[in-house]
Design a protein around this ligand. Structure first.
Ligand code: ADP
Ligand code: GN1
Ligand code: MG
Length: 358
C-alpha cells in the first residue's frame, strides 16, 4: 500500500525502506529511502479528519516555498516533491491525502530544552519564519482549521465536552476543569485586539511546538509541520513556542514536580525571537507579548482536557491518561508563568530595545 503511494511520486524507483518516523500528534509520517539514492524523503498521510482541505494546505505550502526559496536563507523548510504528473499532493481513491517532502538530513528534534542556546535557536528560527512570511498578504490565505487559536471557540468546545461527558471521565478530573474555568474570563484581551483589528493579521506558523523545528549541530536548520500556516498574529507563534521551549519537562510528564516555566529559557527564546522580528513589530503589538505564553498554554490545556472528556478522538494517544497528563502539565506551566509575569515583562522590554539579529 505505502509502496503504491510512493510510486505516484517516484514511478521509476524501487523502495529500499519505508518506516514510521517522528513524534507528531496528528499526521502519519514515514521516512522513505529509495534504492540507489542517497537522499531520503518524508511521506506524510495528512489527517483529513483534522485538515478538511488538504489541497488548500498543499497550495499554501507551494506559495510559501515560492517566497522562501527565492533568496539564500539561514534556515529552510523541506522541499515539496510533486507527484510524477506535477501535483503538489496526491489524493487517493479513498480521499486519503499524501504529501512527499525532502528529508532534512543530519537533523534532530528536541522535545525538552536543556541548554539556553537551544531556546535561543528556536526563537531565532521561528522569528526568521515570521519575517519570511512578512512578504505574504494574510488576507489571501485561509485558516486550515477554522478558529484554530480563538479562545472563545476553544472554550465553547470545552463546555460542550463537559456537558456531554461522553467518556464518563468528568468527575475524576473536576480539579483540572475548575482550574481552567477559574481563568476563563481573564484571558480575552488578545482575542479582543484581533476582533477589533487593533493588531496586524499576518501569515504565521500556528503550531510552533519545539519539535516542529529541526536542528543540525548547534543550529536550527529547518521549520517543519507547515499544515497550519495561515492568518494569525505573532502572539500565537511566540506564545505557543514558549509553552514547550521554556518548559523543564515533556509535554506529557506525569511527575508534575518536574514541570516549571524556566525563565532563562524564556529569556533566550525571547532574545532570539524578538531579535529577529522586531523590525516588523508594530507599536500596538508590543504590549501583550507577555500574555501570549499564558494564553497559548491555556488553549492547549483546554484542548487536551476536552479531548480527554470526549474519549481521545483528536490527538494521538499512547495510553488512556495521555490527554489528561498533557492537560495537567499545561496547568502547572500556567501557574509557573503566573508567578513570573513581572520578570517576563522586563525581559520582553529589554529584548525589544536591544539590537536586531540578522
Ligand atoms: P505532525 O503534524 O503529526 O506533528 P510533523 O510534520 O510535525 O507531523 O512531522 C512529525 C515528525 O516527523 C517531526 O516532529 C519530525 O521529527 C519528523 N519530520 C517531519 N518532516 C521532516 C523532514 N522534512 N525531515 C526530517 N524529519 C522530519
Ligand atoms: C498538535 O501536529 P503537532 O503534533 O505538531 C496540534 C497543535 C498542538 C500540539 C500539542 C493541527 O501539533 O495545535 O499544540 O499538537 N496540531 C493540530 O502537542 O491540532
Ligand atoms: Mg508536528
Amino acid at each position: 500500500m505505502l509502496q503504491d503511494i510512493i510510486k505516484i511520486f517516484f514511478p521509476y524507483s524501487l523502495v529500499a525502506e519505508v518506516k514510521p518516523f517522528g513524534n507528531g500528534h496528528i499526521n502519519n509520517t514515514y521516512k522513505v529511502d529509495l534504492q540507489g539514492e542517497k537522499e531520503s524523503y518524508i511521506l506524510q498521510q495528512i489527517n483529513t479528519d483534522v485538515f478538511k482541505d488538504p489541497q488548500g494546505i498543499a497550495d499554501t505550502y507551494s506559495r510559501l516555498q515560492d517566497v522562501i526559496f527565492k533568496a539564500k536563507q539561514p534556515i529552510t523548510i523541506a522541499k515539496l516533491i510533486p507527484t510524477s504528473d506535477g501535483k503538489n499532493i496526491y489524493i487517493d481513491d479513498k480521499d486519503g491525502a499524501w504529501r512527499m517532502t525532502s528529508f532534512i538530513d543530519n537533523s534532530y528534534t528536541i522535545d525538552v530544552v536543556e541548554e539556553d542556546w537551544q531556546a535561543f535557536e528556536a526563537g531565532r528560527a521561528f522569528g526568521w519564519f515570521a519575517k519570511a512570511c512578512d512578504k505574504l498578504d494574510a488576507n489571501t490565505f485561509k485558516e486550515s482549521i477554522k478558529d484554530f487559536h480563538r479562545l472563545s471557540f476553544r472554550l465553547r468546545q470545552l463546555n460542550e465536552a463537559i456537558e456531554a461527558d461522553k467518556a464518563g471521565r468528568l468527575e475524576s478530573v473536576q480539579d483540572v476543569v475548575d482550574f481552567y474555568k477559574k481563568r476563563e474570563a481573564s484571558l480575552s484581551a488578545i482575542e479582543n485586539l484581533v476582533d477589533e483589528g487593533k493588531i496586524p493579521l499576518r501569515v504565521v506558523h500556528n503550531d510552533t511546538k519545539i519539535n516542529n523545528l529541526l536542528f543540525r549541530g548547534e543550529k536550527a536548520a529547518a521549520v517543519i509541520d507547515l499544515d497550519t500556516v495561515g492568518p494569525g498574529i505573532l502572539y500565537y507563534d511566540y506564545g505557543d513556542a514558549l509553552r514547550t521551549s521554556a518548559s523543564t519537562a515533556e509535554e506529557d510528564e506525569k511527575d508534575l514536580s518536574k514541570v516549571h516555566f524556566n525563565i532563562e529559557s524564556f529569556r533566550a527564546f525571547t532574545n532570539g525571537y524578538l531579535g529577529k522580528v522586531k523590525t516588523i513589530v508594530e507599536e500596538q503589538e508590543e504590549n501583550l507579548f507577555y500574555q501570549a505564553p499564558i494564553l497559548m498554554t491555556y488553549i492547549m490545556g483546554i484542548r487536551f482536557l476536552a479531548d480527554y472528556l470526549n474519549g481521545d478522538v483528536y490527538y494521538k494517544t499512547a495510553h488512556k491518561e495521555h490527554n489528561i497528563d498533557r492537560s495537567r502539565v499545561q496547568l502547572r506551566l500556567i501557574e509557573s508563568m503566573e508567578n513570573q509575569v513581572e520578570q517576563m515583562k522586563e525581559i520582553i522590554s529589554d529584548a525589544l530595545n536591544a539590537v536586531v539579529i540578522e
